[in-house]
Design a protein around this ligand. Structure first.
Ligand SMILES: Cc1ncc(COP(=O)(O)O)c(C=O)c1O
Length: 495
């Protein structure tokens, strides 16, 4: 059986330099057209020796890159239940529209009277996201969720600075938060105050009350939180924070659970980032390009980054700027091609059907939870929405979360998020999203049950997994921090 992402070794034979044959080529150029062109290159900039490139045919090149593309796992390959990251299927209509040449060939320096279509997309998108989240305005500038956090906290900083309220030097962050939350606040010079979750995995009003005073600039919370648990005291929380003179930052990474059902702005959230890739089906991975638009309440609008798209009285669109803004945070105006894909996705669903995303995301997560709760330990008893966190408590024969994740790879699934959130020892965080069918989830459930059974009767297979991949267990830290991206033969290195 061939699993997604696992290429059989025969296909992997012969990297591009090993396929090289003297004299073979993939191009033909009319020599006479190069005359004069070569003379135009200054002598000191010309090569003196032939570059030792592989000599290959077009077919060799195509096969090389096609094979490389199969070494990875993607949402187009199979089930990718990476909790908190919301790896939902990206509809191909998004790609089709993003590739229309009048969008894809648009230069950011194009005069605005020639790019009205793109400006309208951005203007509409600002408004649609404001409407979805319940905010007064939205900026499309940030290039990722974490960048959105940086911008949102920057807006809060600018607001208090302008008020001359310099005593507020702290931001409260629950211990279940994503690591980017404390990083973003620290980058703006705030001290992080850790808020311990209660026994239900939620924010405790009493613990919060103890931490709130006039030195607190805000709280940064995720709702539903990273355990998938809805902070049901949210109205009380935002009221308390506002009464203390502070602001509420919402990490909107988990908007998939709320889309069309509830609006963070209506719950008292003052500023929130969206992760377009998580909620609105734009590509994710490889470090970008991403998009993390930020919505704010009325009083924070002046501090949003510049520029933004405005509509003039004659219904044309222009870039505008606020002189009280926190400044520019990125070149031009966000990752337009990503914003465009999310725009298509929202229009595809339309006002009426957006809520079905949240309904099915929550249904799917609870289906998996119900099917596996007697096989794997569920970290918290509380009801959960779009994701569920299991852990490796009670696993036999010293099988750990990492082993379970590796054994899933052998069974053709991308592992869930592991060891996050940090408050769950040995966490396995499963988020199926709304785009998976019952059959796919049943196959995943069977694989998880099989792993549990094998852990009891044949633990070696799980402890040594994966057994079917090209690489078994690399040092994951080194692989991420110091990847070897060079393939060397005797006379050349491919980078
Ligand atoms: C809860 C939460 N907040 C913030 C982020 C950061 O988002 P991004 O990956 O777009 O920078 C993530 C990413 O996984 C997340 O899960």
């Amino acid at each position: 059986m061939k699993y997604p992402g696992i290429t059989d070794l025969k296909m992997a034979e012969g990297l591009i330099f090993e396929r090289s044959h003297a004299g073979r080529q993939a191009y033909s150029l009319p020599e006479e057209n190069l005359e004069g062109v070569l003379d135009a290159i200054p002598a000191n900039m010309r090569r003196t020796a032939v570059l030792p490139l592989p000599e290959v045919s077009e077919g060799d090149v195509v096969r090389h890159y096609t094979i490389l593309s199969t070494y990875n796992f993607s949402i187009d390959h199979g089930f990718y239940p990476l909790g908190s990251c919301t790896m939902k299927y990206n509809p191909k209509i998004n790609e089709e529209i993003a590739r229309i040449s009048s969008f894809s060939q648009l230069h950011p320096e194009m005069p605005t009277h020639l790019s009205q279509g793109a400006l309208k997309v951005m203007y509409d998108m600002q408004n649609m996201l404001s409407e979805i989240g319940g905010f007064a305005a939205t900026t499309l500038n940030p290039a990722a969720g974490a960048h959105g956090e940086y911008v949102g906290i920057g807006v809060i900083r600018k607001y208090f600075d302008e008020k001359g309220d310099t005593k507020r030097t702290k931001v409260i962050i629950p211990d279940s938060a994503h690591g980017t939350n404390p990083a973003s606040t620290t980058l703006h010079g705030y001290d992080v105050i850790l808020l311990e979750s209660d026994e239900h995995g939620k924010i405790s009003l009493d613990t919060l009350r103890e931490k709130l005073d006039d030195t607190v600039a805000g709280i940064m919370l995720t709702n539903p939180n990273t355990l998938g648990v809805f902070e049901s005291d949210i109205l009380e929380i935002t009221k308390m924070v506002h009464e203390a003179g502070a602001l509420v930052y919402g990490d909107g990474a988990n908007m998939n659970a709320l889309l069309g059902k509830a609006r963070p702005g209506d719950m008292g959230i003052d500023v929130m980032h969206y992760n377009l890739h998580k909620t609105f089906s734009t590509p994710h991975g490889g470090g970008g390009p991403g998009s993390g638009p930020v919505g704010v309440v009325e009083k924070l609008i002046p501090y949003l980054p510049n520029p933004f798209v405005a509509k003039k009285d004659d219904d044309t669109f222009v870039f505008a700027a606020s002189d009280r803004s926190m400044g520019m945070v990125r070149s031009f105006y966000g990752n337009f091609a990503v914003i465009l894909r999310a725009y298509v996705y929202i229009l595809e669903y339309g006002n009426q059907h957006l809520k079905e995303i949240a309904e099915n995301a929550v249904l799917n997560a609870n289906y998996i939870k119900a099917a596996l709760k007697d096989t794997y330990h569920v970290a918290y008893e509380s009801d959960t929405l779009h994701e569920v966190v299991f852990n490796d408590q009670d696993m036999p024969n010293h099988v750990t979360t990492l082993d379970i994740a590796k054994a899933l790879i052998d069974r053709g699934f991308h592992p869930p998020t592991i060891y996050f959130p940090l408050i769950v020892h040995g966490a396995l965080m499963v988020e199926p999203t709304e785009t998976e069918s019952k059959e796919t989830m049943d196959a995943f459930i069977d694989a998880m049950k099989d792993i549990r059974k094998q852990a009891e009767v044949n633990p070696e297979n799980i402890l040594n997994a994966p057994l079917k991949t090209r690489v078994a267990r690399p040092d994951e830290t080194l692989a991420a921090r110091k990847p070897v991206l060079t393939h060397c033969t005797t006379d050349f290195c491919e980078r």
